[in-house]
Each structure stands twice: as structure tokens, then as C-alpha cells.
Design a protein around this ligand. Structure first.
Ligand SMILES: NC(=O)c1ccc[n+]([C@@H]2O[C@H](COP(=O)([O-])OP(=O)(O)OC[C@H]3O[C@@H](n4cnc5c(N)ncnc54)[C@H](OP(=O)(O)O)[C@@H]3O)[C@@H](O)[C@H]2O)c1
Length: 337
């Protein structure tokens, strides 16, 4: 089997660390791993498959000896360095928002629209974490019942803001319990013991950019701009795993039994739904896992063809690192690399 030379840009960050772990755990065919980060982190060591590897600087020339570059260093780094990496011969799988809505760049979830990989021109975008878990759960239902409207509220973990988000929650919880003033830097308000309906910047229409990502990315990946999407994105003091309350309206009649049967067979999905045992997906239990978990499947009693569900996934795994590695695996499977 062919082996690949893989770079991870932002290797010391929350997603980068998870990418390295995911590549190891899934036994990705690797000839060489190259962790790349900012100049201040040059020479720091990571351990990959039991070997110590030195972090190098992500800059022009660093991609010439690589086949694949997994980017998770933020939008500015992606805008600057992804085209450089592509020009130096790499296929770039980019986790940031930089290229997601670029019509020349495929935006892909392997369980949803792998066919879009066929038209890649070296840069492929990894969708927003909230959109990934929503569409992994909804695509199989859309295929059977044709979704016309989605109303979604997210309950998003602080690791969605990377290492700084996790550090802020931890320091605020400590300060709160010690009766000290809270240091508020990463979020616009205290995140400890709070719920903040504000993720990313606000747009002119009153929605946040995070919310509009869920609208626009859904349309791009399902190839249908007519699906109505109404999101509310909320940050909560959970470390890992985003939860979503999702309501759908469908063209065809939909029953709980049919939906459950379809979801039980759907790729990447696990149904966790037994009210008699208080069983439903919980963020605290699912950190570090790879599936999109669906529970509380119930009829929307207010409309003709509607369904509600509760969907949880690890934002650092399926919401970021795992989806990126699965894109690379799918490229190999489809002979596109
Ligand atoms: N966290 C999630 O759940 C999630 C989900 C989907 C997508 N993403 C996206 O993934 C990206 C990274 O997020 P994260 O959560 O991993 O953030 P993070 O924990 O802050 O990590 C980012 C890493 O990239 C490094 N970096 C910054 N500028 C760089 C540059 N020019 N070249 C190389 N490395 C650079 C950072 O170094 P310093 O910290 O030392 O500056 C840090 O090590 C973002 O674009 C984010 O939107 C995150």
C-alpha cells in the first residue's frame, strides 16, 4: 500500500493534537509526519507512533516534501499558507473558515457528499463542527423524506475555541470557587456557569457568523439552497462535545420508527435512545469518541411532517480532526491522490 508524507499545520493546537492522535489511531498510511506550527514553537517535540518528532515552522518551502497538509492553525494562517502548500504540491485539507464557501473548493463530509472530492483543485475544506454533526445525522433522513426546514439550537463546548477556550473555562471555574474575580478574555462574557448566545461575530442580519455557517454550508453540501435553516448557536461551559436540539420538517410523512431504523443503519451514526433507561447522548460521556450520537427522537407534535432529535458529537474528533482524516482516507479510496 502506498504511504504518504503528511504535514499537520497548527500541530500543537487543540485540533492539531487530535489530528496527530487520529492519524495514529486509524493507522493512516504514513511514510513521514511533519508537525508544523508558529516560529515560537520550533523545536518542541511531539510523539508520533512512539517516536519523538521535532516541530518545524509553517512557512514557504515547508510543504515541498509533503503529499498532504492538514491545516488547523486558524483562518489567517490558512489564507496565507494553503495556496503556498498547494503550489508546493500538497493536497490541503483545511479546517478553517477560509475556503469553505469558495465555489472552487469542495466542502466535504465523507458520509454526506464524498462525490464533491472529485472536482478538488488541491484545496479541500473541512466544514464547521456544528454543521458536520448536524448533516451526518440529517443526510440519511433527507435522502428518504426530503427535508424542507431545519430549526437547530446548538450547545457548544469551549474546546470549539481551541486551547484558549478550555483554559478560560478552567481558570474561571477555579476563580469562581475561590471567590476571586473572573478573568474574561476569550468570550464576550463569563463562560463559567453561563450560556452565551454569541459565537463568532454578529452579521448584519442579526445572526452570528457561526449560525450563518450552518445555513450556507448545509446548502453547499446538500446542493440545495431551498432548504430553510434557522439556527441559534450557544456556547456553554462544557469542555468537549457539541450538543444540538434539531427539529426538521419534511416533504414526505416521517415516523419515529422509520427515522430510527434509517439512523440505526446510517454511516457514522449511533442511536442512543431509550427513555426507560434515561438513555440519550451526553457530552460528558462521549468525549474522544468518533460517532454522531442521536437520541430523544420524537415526533414534532405541532406540525404535519416533523421530527425532533438531540444530536451529540465530539467537536475535536468528528467536528474537526476525524473528518479531515476521513477526507484524506476517502481521497485514497477514490484514487484521487
Ligand atoms: N476546536 C474546534 O472544535 C474546531 C472545529 C473545527 C474547526 N476548527 C478550526 O481549526 C483551527 C484551529 O483551531 P484550534 O481549536 O485547534 O485552535 P488552537 O488550539 O488555538 O490551535 C491553533 C494552533 O495553530 C498555531 N498557529 C497559529 N498561527 C499559525 C501559523 N501561522 N502557522 C502555524 N501554526 C499556527 C497556534 O499556535 P499559538 O497558539 O502558539 O499561536 C496553535 O498551536 C481554527 O481555524 C478553527 O476554526 C476548530
Amino acid at each position: 500500500m502506498k504511504k504518504y508524507r503528511v504535514g499537520v499545520v497548527g500541530a500543537l493546537g487543540a485540533v492539531g493534537t487530535e489530528m496527530l492522535k487520529t492519524l495514529e489511531q486509524r493507522d493512516f498510511p504514513i511514510e513521514k509526519i511533519k508537525p508544523l506550527d508558529i516560529p515560537e514553537n520550533e523545536g518542541k517535540m511531539i510523539v508520533f507512533r512512539g517516536e519523538r518528532v521535532s516541530v518545524e515552522v509553517a512557512r514557504e518551502g515547508a510543504f515541498k516534501d509533503l503529499d498532504i497538509a492538514l491545516f488547523s492553525a486558524g483562518e489567517a494562517a490558512s489564507l496565507k499558507l494553503s495556496p503556498v502548500a498547494a503550489a508546493e504540491g500538497c493536497i490541503v485539507i483545511d479546517n478553517s473558515n477560509a475556503f469553505r464557501m469558495n465555489p472552487a473548493v469542495p466542502l466535504v463530509i465523507p458520509e454526506v457528499n464524498p462525490e464533491d472530492l472529485k472536482w478538488h483543485k488541491k484545496i479541500i475544506a473541512n466544514p464547521n463542527c456544528s454543521t458536520i454533526q448536524m448533516l451526518v445525522a440529517l443526510k440519511p433522513l433527507h435522502d428518504h423524506f426530503t427535508i424542507r426546514r431545519i430549526v437547530v439550537s446548538t450547545y457548544q463546548a469551549v474546546s470549539g475555541t481551541g486551547i484558549p477556550g478550555m483554559a478560560e473555562l478552567e481558570s474561571q471555574v477555579r476563580a469562581y470557587t475561590e471567590g476571586k474575580p473572573l478573568d474574561v478574555k476569550v468570550y464576550p462574557h463569563q463562560i463559567a456557569f453561563n450560556a452565551i448566545p454569541h459565537i463568532d461575530v454578529f452579521m448584519e442580519n442579526g445572526y452570528s457568523r457561526e449560525e450563518m455557517k450552518m445555513v450556507n454550508e448545509t446548502h453547499k453540501m446538500l446542493h440545495d439552497d431551498s432548504i430553510a435553516v434557522c439556527p441559534t448557536a450557544v456556547r456553554i461551559p462544557v469542555v468537549r462535545c457539541h450538543s444540538e436540539a434539531i427539529n426538521i420538517e419534511t416533504e414526505k410523512p416521517i415516523s419515529v420508527e422509520e427515522a430510527r431504523e434509517i439512523l440505526e443503519k446510517a454511516p457514522g451514526v449511533k442511536v442512543m435512545d431509550d427513555l426507560s433507561k434515561n438513555l440519550y447522548p451526553l457530552a460528558a460521556d462521549l468525549a474522544g469518541t468518533d460517532y454522531v450520537y442521536v437520541g430523544r427522537i420524537r415526533k414534532d407534535i405541532s406540525v404535519e411532517n416533523g421530527l425532533n432529535m438531540w444530536v451529540v458529537a465530539d467537536n475535536l474528533r468528528k467536528g474537526a480532526a476525524l473528518n479531515a482524516v476521513q477526507i484524506a482516507e476517502t481521497l485514497i479510496k477514490m484514487n484521487l491522490i
